[in-house]
Design a binder for this molecule. Structure first.
Ligand code: NAD
Length: 364
């Protein structure tokens, strides 16, 4: 197969991870174009890619529709502000292009459904960047669950105890707004919420939350607690903060069953801290010895995620995190927001709800 031709839309803070993922899949992928409303941002990614690959054929655009018109593209990757994902992704999929979209896929149930429908209607791949699912310890945990090692699942906890100061929010004023982002649950915590629901059984009965904006001057919450009742009876607890003094402390996922306990921690769920099973099931010592925290909280999961999408296209199969999968964590956060608004537990499935419904908080 020829290399798949990639183009990126949105070349800000996270987009270097897309470049890194294309570079690290260079046997099967190449970057042909980059687009940002700000020329310099697009140029930064072009320069970074060309430095790594010695390939100098990346074209720059400031209008993604023009880029799609002029370039021969197989896969679009989207890393714009979250609120713009649906419009751009649907436009691309309607042009017959495969899409890798940053998380959260959308900020409303309706937009997420429209994205999924566009991928189905056009028979193209849609994958959402919940890249931590590919962290090696997370893959080990998932395999242990698949093998039934935990017995009866009782509870799971996702703790995201990070610091995002006002400098971070001022750097890009869309952050923390209901229109384009949401609060820390939707932006930072959604990764671990995705892992929690992926491990605990997915189907949700009820979501209840308490959230507030304590320290940051933003519309969304800077701390949120969620209790999730899964349909299989197990209970999930989320503790998510952007307020931890003075810096990021931990992102930890803990899963507890009748015959097993696993805690994966470190700064961003990349280090196994507890691994206990009744049947003595152990991990390879080399694996334990060699695990270490990556240099950024984003980890290195974009590389295998892009590889998964390349294989999905190549073998005409679903990517691991398709639109339906990407919608799950987003729905939990929207459920938590609805619960904050109503003060009540929210029964799933969640019907129409959007971060924009949260502007009603002001009216109280
Ligand atoms: N997967 C992760 O771990 C991770 C980490 C950080 C951010 N994100 C997500 O990535 C997305 C981007 O976040 P960021 O912090 O990089 O934002 P950012 O503000 O740094 O960058 C966004 C970029 O998109 C550009 N843009 C906006 N509209 C555009 C358009 N129509 N065409 C072309 N370019 C356009 C902006 O000019 C800007 O350069 C968000 O959805 C965020 O939630 C994911």
């Amino acid at each position: 197969m020829n290399k798949l031709r990639f183009a990126t839309i949105g070349c800000g803070r996270i987009s270097y991870k897309h470049v890194e993922a294309i570079v690290n899949n260079k046997e099967e992928a190449e970057l042909v174009a980059v687009c940002d409303l700000i020329y310099e941002n697009a140029n930064r990614n072009k320069v970074a890619y060309e430095k790594e690959t010695k390939n100098s054929n990346v074209n720059i655009y400031t209008d993604y529709k023009e880029m799609i018109e002029k370039e021969d593209i197989d896969v679009i990757t989207i890393a714009t502000e979250s609120g713009y994902h649906p419009e751009i992704a649907i436009y691309c999929m309607n042009k017959g292009l495969n899409v890798i979209c940053e998380k959260p896929m959308a900020l409303s149930m309706e937009d997420a459904d429209n994205m999924i429908n566009a991928s189905r209607k056009n028979n193209v791949c849609l994958s959402i960047c919940h890249q931590n699912r590919f962290n090696p310890p997370i893959q080990k945990l998932r395999a242990a669950l698949d093998e039934g090692k935990f017995g009866k699942l009782v509870n799971g906890t996702a703790r995201i105890l990070w610091n995002r100061n006002m400098g971070y929010y001022k750097q890009a004023p869309w952050r923390g707004t209901w229109k384009l982002d949401g609060g820390t649950l939707m932006n930072q915590c959604i990764h671990n919420i995705d892992l929690l629901q992926w491990m605990m059984g997915g189907e949700i009965d009820t979501v209840y939350s308490q959230c507030d904006t304590f320290l940051r001057d933003i519309e969304g919450e800077d701390f949120g607690a969620i209790v999730i009742r899964f349909k299989n009876g197990a209970i999930g607890v989320v503790e998510g903060s952007a307020c931890v003094y003075p810096k990021n402390l931990e992102e930890t996922l803990s899963i507890f069953g009748s015959c097993g306990t696993v805690c994966i921690g470190g700064l961003a769920v990349n280090r196994i801290e507890t691994w206990e099973f009744e049947d003595g099931y152990k991990l390879d010592e080399e694996f334990i010895k060699n695990q270490n925290d990556p240099d950024t909280v984003y980890g290195h999961g974009h590389i295998p995620l892009f590889k998964d999408v390349i294989d999905a296209i190549k073998y005409n199969r679903e990517p691991l995190i398709n639109g339906e999968e990407g919608k799950k964590a987003m729905s939990i956060v929207l459920g938590a927001y609805k619960s904050r608004l109503t003060g009540l537990p929210v029964k799933f499935p969640l019907d129409k709800f959007s971060t924009m419904d949260m502007v009603k908080l002001k009216e109280r």
